[in-house]
Design a protein around this ligand. Structure first.
Ligand SMILES: Nc1ncnc2c1ncn2[C@@H]1O[C@H](COP(=O)(O)OP(=O)(O)OP(=O)(O)O)[C@@H](O)[C@H]1O
Ligand SMILES: [Mg+2]
Length: 469
């Protein structure tokens, strides 16, 4: 492995100093491994628990603490060190039970130098590979984005890990989730992180077309196959060759076509409509549905064999209401995107705007959030998005709609107005609070209020007059 050998930590423990010395010199010849040696089992255990060793070679029998006990204690933790047992009284039974307990391998005494080098090298390779995987996993776990998928909630992080784990596989994936949860986005990410990423990605909505048309769309047809088939047509499976096809709303695919699909999945072979010849393609199939696939199977909309063939890997996207910690992240992402598209400078959200968004159920999930923000950016005339920029349906569950109207000043603190208060009072109170919050900076206050500096000056002048008069 590429890792610099001096970073490689190996522990040797044997109460027989001559054995210890022999192993040490053989391994030293292999390069500059960082070796630590001890004749005490207790010292070995302490070292294993407090330092990071890639590999440890432990004598089975040591007077103060034997190798088997050390092995058990280490395997009860999450310490990833690979352990090799040195067995003096080579009994196969103890060796087997050591391996059952999680030892990587065992070496009988007297230790053969070739065996020692080989077994240590293999254990190291495994240890370094695990270390690398762990690093990758940690990286993925701390991401808030995987390709174009944004999210930081626990289910989204698990999803990112699953997607990363299946990146190099060619398995079919069935993507489940309510409408607007990002199923197509996930299909796209699976394609882009796969070895087929330079090939085509073709999405087909299986619900949109009647069976005969869908069949010719998917598999193509020959000229004269049916009225209107004036020339040969290549189907989407042919177009997707060496790439990925995404079959959306799979549970709505006409049942009579599902057998043909199953055959392509199993053999890569199909017959274009009206053709004598079969075509073979190399296409990865991803599918999605917003229904329960098991119910679709029960109700005979979806062939059971097709379901199991498609769901080699099944991923489920949780609805947005079940991962509300993703709402601010997604909202900011869409705000930035639409604001820069519209050339507007929008800094963020008033707290009640966020509150409305957090309290809302989002039946249309992320698609609905995206559309709400596109609208908000168009309507917004302030430097922050105010609740009134959101679609009115969002206020139903929010305290924003309760008997006291609340509004936000610059830092988003709430200013409470009892209903029925004259508008002029409300305006005055709001303007003065905003000004105070902008630390008396009138230019900034005017900007936040969405009025000109001149209008602000006029209004402040009038408040002064009325308090004098
Ligand atoms: N996690 C996410 N991060 C960023 N954008 C997202 C995310 N999830 C969905 N979107 C966006 O929301 C919209 C809907 O996503 P998508 O089309 O993938 O949903 P879907 O589950 O396929 O919906 P349907 O079942 O209605 O087809 C798209 O504009 C997509 O880019
Ligand atoms: Mg979709």
């Amino acid at each position: 492995m590429q890792k610099n050998k001096s970073n490689i930590q190996i522990l040797l423990a044997d109460d027989d100093e001559s054995v210890l010395f022999a192993m040490e010199s053989i391994l030293q010849e292999q390069g500059n491994y960082n070796l630590q040696a001890t004749t005490s089992g207790k010292t070995a255990l302490k070292a294993l628990l407090s330092q990071n060793f890639h590999v440890a070679l432990l004598d089975l029998k040591m007077p103060d603490l034997d190798g088997m006990e050390i092995l058990q204690k280490v395997k009860a933790t999450s310490i990833p060190t690979e352990i090799i047992m040195i067995t003096g009284h080579a009994s196969i039974d103890t060796a087997v039970s050591a391996i059952r307990l999680g030892a990587y391998d065992y070496l009988p005494k007297p230790v053969d130098s070739n065996d020692l080098v080989r077994v240590v090298q293999h254990a190291l390779e495994r240890s370094l590979l695990l270390e690398q995987n762990q690093q990758l996993e940690n990286q993925v776990a701390s991401l808030t984005q995987y390709h174009d998928i944004i999210g930081k909630s626990a289910p989204m992080r698990t999803l990112f890990q699953t997607l990363e784990a299946i990146a190099s596989s060619d398995a079919s994936v069935l993507i489940l989730g309510e409408s607007g949860t990002g199923k197509e986005l996930v299909a796209n990410a699976v394609h882009r992180s796969s070895e087929r990423s330079s090939g085509p990605f073709i999405a087909v909505n299986c619900a949109a077309l009647p069976a005969t048309i869908l069949e010719s769309e998917l598999f193509g047809h020959e000229r004269g196959a049916f009225t209107g088939a004036v020339k040969d047509k290549k189907g989407l499976f042919t177009q997707a060759n060496n790439g990925t096809i995404f079959l959306d709303e799979i549970a709505e695919m006409p049942i009579e076509l599902q057998a043909n699909l199953l055959r392509v999945l199993e053999t890569g072979i199909f017959r274009p409509v009206g053709s004598q010849d079969e075509v073979k393609v190399d296409v990865r199939v991803l599918a999605a549905t917003n229904q329960s696939p098991l119910r679709a199977v029960e109700e005979k909309h979806l062939r059971e064999d097709l379901y199991y063939r498609l769901a080699v890997v099944e991923v489920e996207l949780p609805p947005l209401r079940d991962r509300i910690e993703d709402i601010p992240l997604l909202a900011n992402f869409f705000l930035k995107r639409f604001a820069s598209g519209a050339g507007k400078e929008l800094q963020g959200f008033a707290p009640e705007t966020l509150e409305c968004m957090l309290n809302y159920e989002w039946p249309g999930n992320i698609r609905e959030l995206r559309n709400a923000l596109e609208r908000a950016v168009i309507l917004s005339t302030n430097s922050i998005v105010l609740p009134e920029n959101l679609p009115p349906r969002l206020f139903k569950n929010s305290t924003y709609a309760s008997s006291e109207k609340k509004s936000a000043n610059q830092d988003g603190e709430l200013v409470v107005f009892p209903l029925g208060e004259p508008l002029a009072h409300v305006e005055k109170k709001f303007i003065l609070e905003t000004l105070q919050n902008c630390k008396n900076n009138k230019t900034k206050a005017a900007q936040v209020l969405g009025i000109s500096l001149k209008t602000l000056h006029n209004k402040l002048g009038r408040y002064k007059e009325s308090s004098l008069g």
